[in-house]
Write a new protein. Structure first.
Length: 395
């Protein structure tokens, strides 16, 4: 087993059990290792620190499997970790419905680079690092054994794999191929999910609790649902008694699935509009035509993939929130989100505050929002809290 020797003083993050070791912290490598193979990490004075998966092409040169020197990285190791992740979900969530659910949340479940989502009787996985790619056959076999699923489908068709030196991959890993749409239930709502080609693994499972929150304030409201995708927030709003709803998205494919979801929930005709186009442009047109709403949802795609894109992302978030404040009636509600990991919760609040100021609106934060509990954040890995949201009341 190869040994990664760190530079003097660069072991502090591992003492705090952060699951990443960066290439800039490495002094030398003793021995040879292939991508994904297990390596040892030691300090400059030779003290053992951790054991993890080697990724020579990534800035994150090792993702930590274990901080316990006696722990062997084997098929039993992965079974124990997967059992632990599944047990946590059973203790905090009701799994009696065939709902969408995240079963494994990468580093926060001590399985760096592995995402596993359940949609009904199918699992959808993303293998995002060399370590989980190396152990993929073991992980797939163990997931099939533990869950009894009908099929496991891979959605590792994401750009982040390039940073690991891995090509994109997609297809059946076990059992049956999922149908064109998998139906899930969320509260009283039903949704069709395209797990084979949809965003992420098919649906924004992380927004489950926030959709519930929007529903609580939607009765008799005129609602604008921006970046609506397949209608998650909108369906919940109409089911809760919204008076009128407009969904806006740049993807006509997503809007077509959204229309199916509204029809399936008996909310497909009266009071619902779908608009295909640029959200910024449509909102500016609404403002110029003095259109007003009681509730606005902003759930845009990631504006920043890295800190280098932070300034551009901040401008985008400010612009879209500025427009939202101009469209809200006094007493209106704004639910605004950022899924950009490079944008901190503190910075996001400052951006939204600046947008309100420029729009000439006073506003109050009713609640700070984040991802659903099946997307946990490990205490030693705060980076896992990527979804930031604010529920804002306008005056």
């Amino acid at each position: 087993m190869a040994i990664i020797v760190l530079k003097q003083g660069r072991e502090k993050s591992l003492h705090r059990r952060h699951p990443w070791a960066f290439s800039g912290a490495v002094a030398s490598i003793k021995g040879a290792a292939n991508p994904g193979e297990t390596v040892e990490i030691v300090s400059a004075d030779g003290a053992w620190l951790a054991r993890g998966a080697y990724s020579p092409q990534s800035q994150i040169v090792v993702r930590i499997w274990s901080f316990e020197q006696a722990q062997c990285i084997s098929s039993d190791f992965f079974k124990d970790r997967l059992v632990s992740a599944l047990s946590m979900r059973k203790s905090i969530l009701d799994q009696r419905e065939p709902a969408g659910l995240r079963l494994v949340n990468a580093e926060s479940d001590a399985l760096p680079g592995l995402i596993v989502d359940r949609y009904g009787e199918f699992l959808v996985c993303q293998f995002l690092s060399t370590g989980v790619e190396f152990w993929k056959p073991v992980i797939v076999e163990t997931l099939a054994e533990l869950t009894g699923c009908r099929g496991i489908f891979e959605r590792s068709d994401v750009p982040v794999r390039k940073k690991e030196g891995l090509p994109p991959q997609k297809g059946v890993l076990f059992g049956q191929e999922p149908p064109e749409f998998v139906e899930i239930i969320e509260g009283s709502a039903r949704f069709l999910v395209d797990v084979r080609t949809g965003h992420k693994t098919g649906f924004y499972l992380d927004q489950r609790e926030n959709r519930r929150c929007v529903a609580q304030f939607s009765r008799n409201a005129e609602v604008l649902n921006c970046f609506s995708y397949t209608g998650g927030f909108g369906v919940r709003a109409m089911a809760a008694g919204a008076r009128h709803l407009i969904n806006i998205d740049a993807s006509e494919t997503a809007l077509e699935i959204s229309r199916k979801n509204f029809r399936m929930n008996a909310a497909g005709e009266s009071g619902v509009e779908h608009m295909n186009g640029d959200v910024f442009e449509i909102m500016r047109n609404f403002r110029n035509n003095k259109r007003r709403f009681d509730l606005v949802v902003l759930d845009p795609p990631k504006f920043a993939d890295s800190r280098a894109q932070l300034m551009r992302a901040a401008r985008g978030y400010k612009d879209i929130n500025y427009l939202a404040f101009q469209l809200l009636r006094p007493g209106g509600m704004l639910f605004t989100f950022s899924c950009s990991g490079a944008v901190s919760a503190e910075l996001f609040q400052k951006i939204v505050a600046g947008a309100a100021l420029d729009a000439g609106r006073e506003a109050r934060i009713i609640a700070e929002l984040s991802q659903a509990p099946d997307h946990p954040v490990a205490l030693n890995f705060p980076e896992a809290r990527y979804l930031k949201g604010l529920h804002v009341y306008t005056i």
